[in-house]
Design a protein around this ligand. Structure first.
Ligand code: SF4
Ligand code: SF4
Length: 593
């Protein structure tokens, strides 16, 4: 009898598509514990994994020296639990409904590895959830740090999913060491050691032909090592294009059977072609279809993307697709064009000459760039923190410089003057805003969606302020209220912020003449106009910084504009000084604690 689930699971969409799945679920265990152990050698860690598995843990994860050193270099708090000279760390988790059993297993494991067998050089464990998070932070912080590695050599994923039976882990680690050492290649190793599944990332430069040769050699040798140990090339991520060329050697005489099964399920070869089963007439090499191969070159485009700053930013996107999980525009539309990587892919096609630079002035290209709403989640959620929002802003700025701005964007981005007028004319402006025929006219005139609420205005506006006393106070704050607090919520956001700051011992000053932060203009690509606002604000704010003031913004978008947009817009030391001294009010208050 054919066990279809087993046959199809892991076939990577080459045989069939799952349209429905029933999953068994169980209640989350009531108690949990975490142990963090450090080792002076990878071999000791390999042996410790075997011992740990005897205790029935729910997870065993490892991190090697490369990542630990990087965490230490960045002074990440997570490494506070690790001695300075360690080769690797192991995180062992236990869970269950019997609290005493969970605690006892954890203690006994640490006791055995640390004192009885001397495999570990240091060990910590935690039963309290907050303490557990601190220990787990070592693992959580590692992968993002790996992706952010600077320099031409990047941690590459081509032997990143090898898996062996856990008892072969010490031999696998030894073999990996030898292969990498032979080629003089530095690598980071992280992974699910309890399952014998290691994510090995050698640091190589795909644009260097010598490194490309090393990619092929290392891949072949690691595959041979895995075969000797009865392991698999892929335990979690799948084989995909990158490992398919190695499968004939891995499976040997069995490999033709995979082709026969494929033909049974998919005689026309429509399902995920080229994966697992090689195309007989066009066998692949592991170094084919590289995003950046030896032949990759940038071409001059006469656009802002010739600047290394932006070109390197484009090239940082490695296509992982994580943006499909966090980009709000993609989540709302489900349109691949809305993802962050779609922007990076298009821009890369321009800088490598696959698309002409004139495409930046086309409506289609601009429409894709406009799908980024500058929410800036890419700067925290993207594993490599690709600055997609600023790339889109540059693209829109280039378009606007050559094609001009739309009336709609001009009106919507002029928050300062529309709000100022609205505040002066409140409450009549608010009545007009609620007057349906007028509202419909506005919707038609500037293309506003009927569901969009426009802010109401208040009078008097909050424009300037100085604390009555306290010039000698501990903290001197330049409060940047922004348009909404100034004209739509002076009694709420603006005055409340002043009061909170003063009660926290701050002398508060809002100098006269500040303009809109300019974020709306930046977002729609009106960079010249945004530059004017930024210049004026910097001119007003920076002399006060010399007097020991810090800038505090109550609107997150204003704070971000001052911190992140001004240095790009102006590129002056004063703009950088403003950026470095700007705080969001919440982080500022936390800092005071
Ligand atoms: S933009 Fe970031 S998250 Fe999206 S594919 Fe590129 S690297 Fe991955
Ligand atoms: S910054 Fe742009 S691309 Fe990135 S998540 Fe936000 S909207 Fe999406």
């Amino acid at each position: 009898r054919v066990r279809l689930t087993r046959l199809l699971a892991g076939s990577e969409g080459t045989l069939a598509l799952f349209v429905e799945a029933k999953l068994a679920i169980r209640d989350a265990p009531r108690f949990r514990s975490v142990a963090l152990l450090s080792f002076a050698s990878l071999e000791a860690l390999g042996e410790a994994v075997e011992r740990a598995l005897g205790f029935g843990p729910s997870g065993v994860e490892m991190i090697d020296r490369t990542l630990l050193e990087e965490l230490r270099r960045l002074e990440h708090p997570a490494v506070g639990f690790l001695p300075s000279e360690v080769e690797a760390a192991l995180i062992v988790e236990f869970d269950g409904d019997d609290e005493e059993e969970v605690r006892s297993l954890t203690r006994r494991l640490v006791e055995r590895l640390l004192r009885e067998e001397g495999l570990a050089v240091e060990g910590h464990f935690a039963f309290d959830p907050k303490e557990q998070e601190r220990l787990l932070a070592v693992r959580k912080a590692s992968v993002p740090i790996l992706y952010r590695a600077s320099g031409r050599r990047k941690p590459l994923s081509f032997v990143e999913d090898g898996t062996v039976a856990p008892e072969h882990l010490p031999a696998y680690l030894r073999g990996l060491r030898q292969i990498l050492g032979k080629h003089g290649v530095h690598a980071a190793i992280i992974g699910h050691a309890g399952n014998g599944n290691l994510h090995v990332r050698p640091f190589l430069d795909l644009q260097d032909p010598e490194d490309l040769r090393k990619v092929e050699a290392i891949a072949e040798e690691v595959a041979a090592l895995l075969k000797t140990l009865g392991g698999s090339l892929s335990g979690e991520h799948g084989d995909g294009l990158v490992r398919t060329p190695l499968l004939p050697k891995m499976f040997g005489d069995l490999y033709p059977l995979l082709g026969a099964i494929k033909r049974l399920f998919d005689p026309k070869g429509l399902l995920n072609p080229g994966k697992i089963v090689l195309h007989p007439e066009a066998p692949l090499r592991i170094t084919e279809f590289l995003r950046y191969g030896a032949e990759y070159r940038r071409v001059p485009t006469g656009t802002p993307f010739d600047e290394p700053l932006w070109a390197e930013e484009i090239e940082k996107c490695h296509g992982c697709g994580t943006c499909r999980d966090y980009c709000p525009v993609f989540l709302a539309t489900g349109d691949e064009a809305a993802t962050a990587r779609a922007k990076a892919n298009l821009l890369r096609a321009v800088i490598r000459g696959d698309l002409p630079p004139s495409i930046l002035l086309s409506e289609e290209f601009k429409a894709v760039m406009d799908l980024c709403v500058n929410c800036r989640l890419c700067l925290t959620e993207c594993p490599t923190q690709v600055n997609i929002p600023d790339l889109c802003i540059q693209a829109r700025g280039y378009y606007v410089t050559h094609r001009g701005q739309t009336l709609q964007n001009r009106l919507l981005a002029e928050a300062q003057w529309t709000s100022r007028l609205g505040s002066l004319a409140a409450p009549w402006a608010n009545s007009a805003n609620r007057f349906i025929p007028l509202r419909r006219l506005v919707e038609k005139g500037i293309g506003l969606d009927h569901r969009r609420c426009l802010p109401l205005f208040q009078r008097p506006a909050f424009l300037t302020y100085s604390s009555p006393d306290g010039w000698l106070a501990r903290h001197r704050v330049l409060y940047f209220p922004g348009c909404f607090a100034s004209f739509s919520d002076p009694q709420g956001e603006a005055w409340a912020t002043v009061e909170v700051l003063e009660r926290n011992g701050c002398f508060v000053l809002t100098p006269p003449g500040l303009r809109c932060c300019g974020v709306a203009k930046v977002t729609v690509g009106s960079l010249e106009e945004a530059r004017d606002d930024a210049e004026r604000n910097v001119r007003i704010l920076s002399p006060w910084l010399e007097e020991g003031f810090l800038i505090v913004a109550s609107a997150a978008s204003c704070g971000l504009a001052l911190k992140q947009d001004y240095p790009h817009l102006l590129g002056t030391p004063e703009a950088r000084q403003v950026a470095e001294n700007t705080w969001d009010v919440h982080e500022f208050l936390l800092m005071l604690k």
